[in-house]
Design a protein around this ligand. Structure first.
Ligand code: AMP
Ligand code: ZN
Length: 473
């Protein structure tokens, strides 16, 4: 079956077809590293990761690039306001480079905890200034951009397709209150490719001037081109990226290369929390640490976010996290029961019995994922399989087929079910042995540390007269 994806550019679902057979070039707009990523951001990154996983299940080689924005993203997302990283640096009295390094490191840790597979490369904007300057010079040479003092602007009137992605028109933008009329611009909708500001801390000397820094949009155009080439298959981001960010990226890249930039543009709907927008003021911009502090494993958050299709509204509450935890545990239980049924425990007498249940579940799961990553429907299909296992309808062969599917298709795509119990067992046994050693040495600090580390993974140790036993919290 063909994989159908919703393309913001055409506003329809379309069969996925890469430019090069078997290979997918995908660019994901990544974090601006001035603070801790919140669960809303993770909705966007988990979507990108699930998309990549599903493409891999379907046999594609995915070349995935996610940028790190460490300079040039201004507070209003357009040409005005302070640089987000510099503003944070000033607030904390620290160096902006130190701020971006710190938050990049935490971002990498967070995505690993969420089972997000590493991209091929995480290019940093500040390390691609020559590539950006090359594009800006090209745009100037083609007459699509103009210099105004030491700033350089893209002239939207030179790109007739401007507005196609977002549905905005240049006329509307002209009247729009969002865009302040500035004398240095020929048209209020023109946007900065390069800006100069002597007070800026992160700045570069170029032929445009002494103290400049790039516009946020040109960064992604230049990094996508450097790491994936002039044309790519998929470009993703959250719904707020459609305008101005992605609209501007299209204008710059397509004016520069003369070819369509990305075939598919895919956008995640915003996550809401407690029925409203996330805001620092309401204290609901939860981080992974907040989730873990409440006693949930990070994978439960991943699963919770996957229970909503990426283009439908999703509301986060702690009650929904509780529900997600118990549904995910049912899937862990499915995996455990399948492993047992493969060895004959709780299996139907005839080996082939239940094969049709497995086939049906697999077909439903794949059809759901092929339909623009309908993860909630795919998860529901797995529940059908669980009913069959609980009713002991699966024979040994059917259980083996189901296990194969669960490990290599379903969890390869969802990335949060506990399918490898054996390896966890071994890890826990090793930790218990190390703790016993520590106790023998009377190193109680170390033995407590090991116990606490296991507890964080949801494993409770109990000292019994027969020795140490462990169970899940
Ligand atoms: P930023 O670090 O602000 O540039 O945002 C990083 C990514 O997270 C972007 O793709 C945003 O569109 C996305 N994003 C921000 N807030 C949310 C949210 N509440 N729900 C889903 N995605 C979001
Ligand atoms: Zn971007």
């Amino acid at each position: 079956m063909s994989f159908v994806v919703h393309n913001t550019l055409t506003r329809r679902k379309e069969p996925f077809q890469p430019l090069e057979p078997g290979v997918v070039r995908m660019y994901n707009c990544g974090p601006t590293v001035y603070g801790r990523a919140h669960i809303g951001n993770f909705r966007a990154y988990i979507f990108a990761d699930t998309l990549r996983r599903w493409l891999e299940v379907k046999g594609y080689e995915v070349r995935q690039v996610m940028n790190i924005t460490d300079v040039g993203h201004l507070l209003d997302d357009a040409d005005e306001g302070e640089d987000k990283v510099e503003a944070q640096a000033k607030k904390e009295g620290r160096d902006p480079w130190e701020i971006s390094r710190h938050w990049t490191r935490l971002f990498m840790e967070d995505i690993q905890k969420l089972g997000i597979q590493p991209a091929l490369v995480y290019p940093k904007a500040s390390e691609h200034i020559p590539e950006m300057v090359e594009m800006i010079e090209g745009l100037l040479a083609k007459g699509c951009a103009y210099q105004s003092g030491e700033d350089v602007y893209f002239e939207v009137a030179r790109f007739p397709r401007y507005g196609r992605l977002s549905g905005n028109t240049v006329e509307e933008l002209d009247a729009g209150a969002r865009i302040e009329v500035r004398e240095e611009k020929r048209h209020p909708a023109d946007f900065a490719l390069w800006k100069s500001d002597a007070r800026h801390l992160m700045k570069w000397k170029t032929r445009f001037g002494e103290h400049g820094f790039p516009g946020w949009h040109i960064e992604c155009s230049a990094m996508a081109r450097k790491h994936l080439g002039d044309r790519i298959d998929i470009h993703t981001g959250g719904e707020d990226n459609v305008f101005p960010h992605h609209e501007c990226e299209i204008a710059q890249t397509e004016c520069f290369t003369g070819a369509p930039f990305s075939t598919y543009w895919m956008h995640t709907k915003f996550l809401q929390v407690d029925g409203g927008k996330m805001s620092k003021r309401l204290g609901n911009c939860h981080s992974i640490d907040d989730v873990v502090a409440k006693g949930y494993e990070a994978r439960v958050l991943r699963f919770c976010l996957l229970r909503g299709q990426y283009r439908t509204p999703l509301n986060f509450t702690w009650a929904i996290m509780d529900e997600s935890k118990s549904v995910l545990e049912n899937l862990d239980d499915l995996a455990a029961r399948l492993r047992r049924a493969m060895t004959g425990h709780g299996a139907a007498a005839s080996a082939e019995s239940g094969l049709e249940d497995v086939e049906q579940c697999q077909a439903e799961f794949e059809a759901a994922m092929d339909d623009d990553l309908n993860t909630p429907r795919a998860i529901a299909a797995l529940m059908g399989l669980r009913s069959a296992v609980l009713a002991e309808r699966l024979g040994v062969s059917a259980a083996a087929a189901a296990n194969q599917f669960l490990v290599h298709v379903a969890d390869k795509a969802l990335g949060c079910i506990r399918v490898e119990e054996e390896s966890l067992d071994a890890e826990v046994e090793r930790a218990i042995a190390a703790r016993q050693d520590a106790r023998k040495r009377q190193d109680f600090q170390e033995s407590d540390r090991i116990r606490d580390a296991l507890l964080e993974k949801g494993i409770v140790l109990e000292d019994t007269p027969k020795g140490v036993v462990w169970r899940r919290k």
